[in-house]
Ligand binder design. Structure first.
Ligand SMILES: [Zn+2]
Ligand SMILES: [Zn+2]
Length: 149
């Protein structure tokens, strides 16, 4: 499993590999030190608890590079003038191919830590706006349980 911690100070990504001996990760940009706590589950690529904030609420999404997506969309929009919209069809095809190749990643609702190559990714649910709002604005801890009404 690859872990990318979002630096709480400057927002940079801090890459770490799970290691029970590690107790902190340092941001190379602003030198901020983030406490981490890895378990043997993390070392086995199993995601049950966040090593940074100790929460158990995660969502999964495609590992899609948003900057590339936006750039492609802009190119398609500009060239559509000359291609009579055909560039959007091309973009749609590129999207289709790209999305098939992309893996899924898990993200912590609370601290935005990103987890790649997670073995139990199938157990993690897609993004839920209501859960996100309650975790971020109300500091609610779902303890890994899905939202129920
Ligand atoms: Zn930083
Ligand atoms: Zn977290």
């Amino acid at each position: 499993m690859d872990v990318t911690i979002t630096c709480p100070e400057c927002g940079s990504g801090i890459h770490v590999v799970p290691n029970q001996a590690a107790v902190a990760a340092k941001c190379e940009i602003c030198q901020h030190v983030v406490d981490v706590q890895f378990t043997s589950e993390h070392e086995q690529a199993k995601l049950c608890q966040c090593p940074v904030c100790a929460r158990k609420d995660f969502y999964q999404q495609k590992d899609f590079n948003r900057k590339i997506g936006v750039t492609l969309f802009v190119i398609a929009a500009i060239t559509s003038i000359w291609t009579y919209g055909l560039s959007f069809v091309a973009l749609w095809l590129v999207d289709l191919v790209l999305f098939k190749k992309l893996g899924s990643i898990a993200i912590c609702y609370k601290c935005q830590t990103i987890f790649r190559k997670v073995s139990n990714i199938g157990e993690i649910r897609p993004f839920d706006h209501e859960m996100n709002d309650r975790v971020i604005y109300a500091d609610h801890d779902f303890k890994g349980k899905p939202l129920s009404h």
